[in-house]
Write a protein that binds this ligand. Structure first.
Ligand SMILES: Nc1ncnc2c1ncn2[C@@H]1O[C@H](COP(=O)(O)OP(=O)(O)OP(=O)(O)O)[C@@H](O)[C@H]1O
Ligand SMILES: [Mg+2]
Length: 349
């Protein structure tokens, strides 16, 4: 096929895609986009070709994410995924770096998927889930309280068998309470409720509080928590309770997936225009094939290594939702048997 015909066919193919596509070179100049991207981003005709992406795309968040992919030296398969409202349209946006055969960064590719219809169905599902969880929350907490009263023998003595059974009941109820709380957190992230209450946050303070909350869990398992914080970290714009949920989920995973006697280290420092949060443990590690899935809702590794560790598989999907909503990024590095490090980058205010 002659080159010109091939190029025309290629353009016809990308124009017939139902998703928007936008490609830039390594300097952030637009080199290709289709009609759907034109419509979604409000670009007129082919005017943006060869121009810096920020000159034609008026959405600062999208421009910021593309610039980030091009400027940060991200791992090979890095991807930014977020939900974004442009005009009246809700879009799921995927941004990936493009590398040549030698691994050299040569540009970025952005996919824009209109999720308005899906969002409506999702909202019905998430409203239902949120309603059921709310209804379950209070009977569960009162049952937990009543079981504790029985166990503490405040209403009469217990024999060994009764105590043992009550301990088992208590731990099951605790598991259900954790699940219900996780579901409520997922709903909060999905509904975007947390991004409606944004304030200036001092992450060191929030981290300090999260450590206090989680310290008993670490002590019970004889795991040392080591915290390294710079004296003055700049403020970030964010939501307080979701930042706390992010810290608690990452640190509690570190504790959960590390053998007694191990260590979980938490670091907070400024790195260029980001605050970097690092949570690393000396635990069981994550196999390569699992890493792709760990941020999915309800995903848990099912193997001999993890079968006695309980959880609902929602923690990291909450963390990812929180990080995305704050326009940050999260990476994981892990070695089986050695440990795992999660790194979160959050833009400073
Ligand atoms: N620090 C870690 N070390 C080893 N594996 C981990 C670590 N963090 C997460 N994982 C793996 O990723 C999976 C998903 O983590 P996630 O926090 O979403 O769920 P969970 O901890 O199993 O349950 P939940 O957080 O809802 O109580 C875990 O089940 C585990 O297999
Ligand atoms: Mg977890």
């Amino acid at each position: 096929m002659p080159y010109r015909v091939m190029k025309e066919s290629l353009n016809a193919v990308i124009d017939s895609l139902s998703d928007g596509i936008l490609v830039t070179d390594e300097l952030g100049r637009v080199i290709l986009y289709n009609q759907k991207a034109e419509a979604l981003l409000g670009i007129t005709g082919k005017a943006a070709l060869g121009q810096p992406v920020q000159d034609h795309i008026k959405n600062d968040v999208l421009v910021g994410l593309i610039t980030k992919i091009l400027t940060l030296n991200m791992p090979y398969h890095a991807e930014e995924v977020c939900l974004m409202d442009i005009g009246n349209t809700r879009l799921r946006v995927h941004i990936n770096p493009v590398r040549d055969a030698n691994g050299l960064l040569i540009g970025s590719v952005t996919l824009l998927h209109d999720v308005a219809q899906l969002s409506a169905i999702d909202k019905i599902k998430s409203d239902f889930l949120s309603m059921v969880s709310h209804q379950l929350k209070s009977p569960l907490s009162s049952t937990l309280l009543q079981t504790s009263i029985l166990l503490e023998e405040m209403v009469g003595g217990l024999n060994e068998k009764q105590r043992d059974l009550l301990q088992k009941i208590k731990s099951k109820i605790k598991g259900m309470t954790d699940l219900v709380n996780d579901i409520l957190d997922v709903c909060m992230v999905e509904e975007g409720r947390h991004i409606k209450q944004i304030e200036s946050l001092n992450l060191s303070e929030i981290l300090q509080r999260s450590i206090e909350l989680i310290q008993p869990q670490a002590q019970d398992k004889n795991i040392a928590l080591q915290v390294t914080m710079e004296d003055r970290t700049p403020l970030i714009s964010g939501n307080k309770s979701s930042m706390e949920a992010m810290f608690i989920n990452l640190i509690s995973n570190g504790i959960k997936f590390t053998h007694p006697g191990g260590q979980v280290s938490i670091g907070l420092k400024k790195d260029a225009q980001y605050i970097q949060v690092e949570v690393s443990d000396t635990g069981i590690g994550i196999e390569d094939k699992e890493i792709l899935h760990i941020f999915d809702k309800f995903y848990r590794e099912r193997s001999d290594r993890t079968k006695y560790i309980s959880g609902s598989g929602l923690g990291l999907s909450i963390v990812k939702g929180v990080v995305d909503a704050h326009h940050g990024s999260i990476y994981v590095e892990s070695e089986v048997g050695k440990g795992t490090t999660f790194t979160v980058l959050l833009p400073v205010e």
